[in-house]
Design a protein around this ligand. Structure first.
Ligand code: NAD
Length: 455
């Protein structure tokens, strides 16, 4: 699969760029990925804010070796901006806190990052002015993301009251949002609910020593997830249907992983997965439910033949496999799940906004999103978590099969004016599977370039 589509290649050529500029056509920016830009942070990084939390964040960034400044006046070009707003008491404070950034917008580097760190609204447990100020930050981030250009993105971290700004979840989320690993994550805010989780010994191998199961791993996004988890240090167990056995074996060979041919909807799938883990001495730290199918049809023409398999593969199979894994005993002698396991599921922006012709698919993916908090709650006592990734338009075999005009519209309808790559989804999965993400519970992270649908 090429990294760019034909239109993007055309408007990046000299004659194409001239025509696009004259006609005012979109010119999607190049988005550096991990392979293009490995540094944790694009320097210099300006940390705005005058609280003890802001000082703490500046120290964290200095600890990564970043070139940290506290005012824009000191720099010509700005690589990253972190705005720390952890003690907001009134919406009128937003002006002083944010407007220095307005004056520096034209100095942002290509693929710059802007990240806010603030507290989440609590549904009324704080004073009205506090709740209003907190909500204001979310609206600001979502709108700023629409305005940024040249592959720059905006994101936010909502740190629950009582959680310190040096908690692993805050540090890990900040590192993810500032890095090139979040190239296609735009306009999203993630909540760090607790101080749980731990920092990795080495940031470039955050999954060293972990074992990860990936379902639907033979191709597309699943194969990218397996490659990314393996590159991050994990041993991978690759599951797919027997019909995909050749691709599965090839990938297992490449990654020195363990293949497992299994239909996740088989009545005995859970028992067979547990038996396979036991016979290979595998104890899973990470479970990635990626296997998914579409059977699109307008609802007026929907049949059980199209509805049932989509719910079975995309949603019901996850519940059944999770039950079997949990029943084997978490962190016990006979168990095939490690202590504090990380579950990550693939949702979709269709499950958030709905999509014409996808009532079955959207029902399955919306179900994944609401399953996450429930599963996270069940895992919490043992230190485990469950979170989802909701991709938007990603360049895969699934989207290559779309008719050309709807495909082109879907591909451009986001703030970054391009489709994402499987690796973008994989990076988000790897982040949610990592130690620092232990403080994130039941979240759904959109990887959609701020797709213009849904909330
Ligand atoms: P894909 O069709 O390329 O790959 C899906 C994989 O799942 C295949 O290898 C397939 O054999 C496997 N699979 C299907 N049914 C299975 C079963 N019963 N048991 C075991 N394995 C099974 O799809 P993709 O584009 O890589 O999508 C991966 C995930 O991402 C899916 O959950 C999909 O819904 C989701 N997603 C994709 C996009 C996108 O733009 N491609 C957007 C949003 C969400």
């Amino acid at each position: 699969m090429p990294r760019t589509d034909p239109y993007t290649r055309f408007v990046r050529s000299a004659p194409g760029a001239a025509i696009a500029s004259r006609l005012g056509l979109p010119r999607p920016a190049r988005l550096p990925r991990r392979a293009d830009r490995s540094a944790a942070v694009l320097d210099p990084v300006v940390v705005l804010g005058s609280t003890a939390g802001a000082d703490q964040v500046a120290r964290t960034l200095l600890g990564w070796g970043a070139d940290v400044r506290r005012r824009f006046e000191d720099v010509r070009t700005v690589g990253s901006v972190v705005v720390v707003l952890d003690e907001l008491a009134d919406p009128r404070e937003l002006s002083d806190a944010l407007l220095p950034l307005a004056r520096a917008m034209r100095r942002l580097a290509p693929a710059a990052r802007v990240v806010t760190i603030s507290r989440p609204a609590t549904g009324g447990r704080q004073r009205p002015a506090v709740e209003a100020a907190r909500g204001g930050v979310e609206g600001f981030v979502r709108s700023l993301a629409h305005e940024l250009r040249a592959g720059a993105t905006a994101g936010g971290i909502l740190v629950a009251d009582g959680v310190a700004l040096d908690a692993p979840g805050v540090t890990g989320t900040l590192r993810f949002l500032l890095s090139s690993r979040s190239a296609f994550v735009d306009g999203q805010l993630l909540t760090v609910a607790s101080s749980a989780g731990e920092l990795p010994t080495a940031w470039d191998r955050p999954l060293e020593g972990r074992t990860a199961l990936v379902t639907g791993a033979a191709r597309g996004i699943g194969a990218a997830i397996a490659r990314t988890l393996a590159a991050d240090g994990a041993r991978v167990v690759l599951l797919d249907v027997p019909a995909a056995g050749t691709d599965l074996a090839r990938l297992a060979n490449e990654l020195r992983g363990v293949p497992l041919q299994l239909d996740v909807t088989a009545p005995d799938a859970g028992a067979r997965l547990v038996a396979h883990c036991r016979s290979h001495g595998l104890v899973l730290d990470i479970v990635v439910h990626n296997a998914g199918i579409t059977r699109d049809k307008l609802f007026a023409n929907m049949t059980a033949e199209r509805w049932d398999p989509v719910i079975a593969v995309n949603l019901a199979s996850q519940i059944a496999l999770d039950e079997a894994l949990l029943a084997s005993g978490e962190g016990t002698e006979a168990g095939v799940l490690a202590v504090a396991p990380r579950f990550v599921s693939l949702a979709s922006t269709s499950g958030i906004a709905g999509n014409r012709g996808q009532t079955n698919y959207a029902a399955s993916k919306a179900g994944v999103i609401t399953l996450m908090p429930a599963l996270a709650h069940a895992l919490e006592a043992g230190g485990g978590t469950a979170n989802a990734v909701a991709p938007g338009f990603i360049e895969t075999d699934m989207t290559a099969r779309m008719p050309p005009i709807p495909r082109e519209i879907a591909r451009r309808a986001n703030s970054l004016q391009q489709g994402g790559l499987p690796v973008d989804v994989a990076e988000a999965v790897a982040f949610l599977a990592s130690g620092p993400a232990g403080g994130l519970r039941g979240e759904t992270l959109r990887v959609c370039g701020q797709n213009l649908v849904g909330r």
